[in-house]
Design a binder for this molecule. Structure first.
Ligand SMILES: [Zn+2]
Length: 153
């Protein structure tokens, strides 16, 4: 029986630096979502047969069961349904961001999604606040959709 492997010395070739941000995985059914986000588009899967959004992403319509799903570009506009302010994070990248807001956003298209509210003080976020999608770079040309305050037109 052998003992545990010795920990690598700091700065050694085997030490692993914490990632700057976890990149989205471009695989599976949601690949289209991330490819659209990289282009600055918020696209969501919608049933061709009955126009119900298949969100969270799924290959069949949750209303009628059809597998005819199209990815439609949304306005990216909506309102804060509810939110929380995160003050502690174990992940090194997220720890560097605290405090930050995680919110449920009701899009104008009737879909509710989860995302960060950015570009404003956490104390300025409120339920019912109008927001618009904003894309944060995530490395390798990818982007993560978040939301920033928006003026109502
Ligand atoms: Zn359907």
């Amino acid at each position: 029986m052998t003992g545990p492997d010795p920990a690598p010395a700091p700065g050694s070739a085997t030490a692993v630096d914490p990632p700057s941000r976890a990149s989205p995985e471009l695989r599976g059914f949601a690949r289209t979502y991330w490819e659209a986000a990289a282009r600055g588009e918020l696209r969501l899967p919608r049933c061709v047969a009955c126009t119900t959004f298949a969100w969270p992403p799924r290959p069949r319509c949750p209303a009628c069961g059809s597998d005819r799903i199209d990815w439609v570009r949304t306005s990216g506009r909506g309102v804060v349904h509810t939110f929380t302010v995160v003050h502690q994070a174990s992940d090194p990248d997220f720890r560097a961001r605290v405090p930050y807001v995680v919110a449920m956003i009701d899009l104008d298209e009737g879909v509710r999604l989860l995302g960060n509210v950015v570009d404003c003080a956490v104390d300025d976020v409120g339920i019912g606040m109008p927001v618009a999608v904003a894309f944060a770079p995530a490395g390798e040309g990818l982007a993560v959709p978040g939301f920033r305050p928006a003026r109502v037109t």
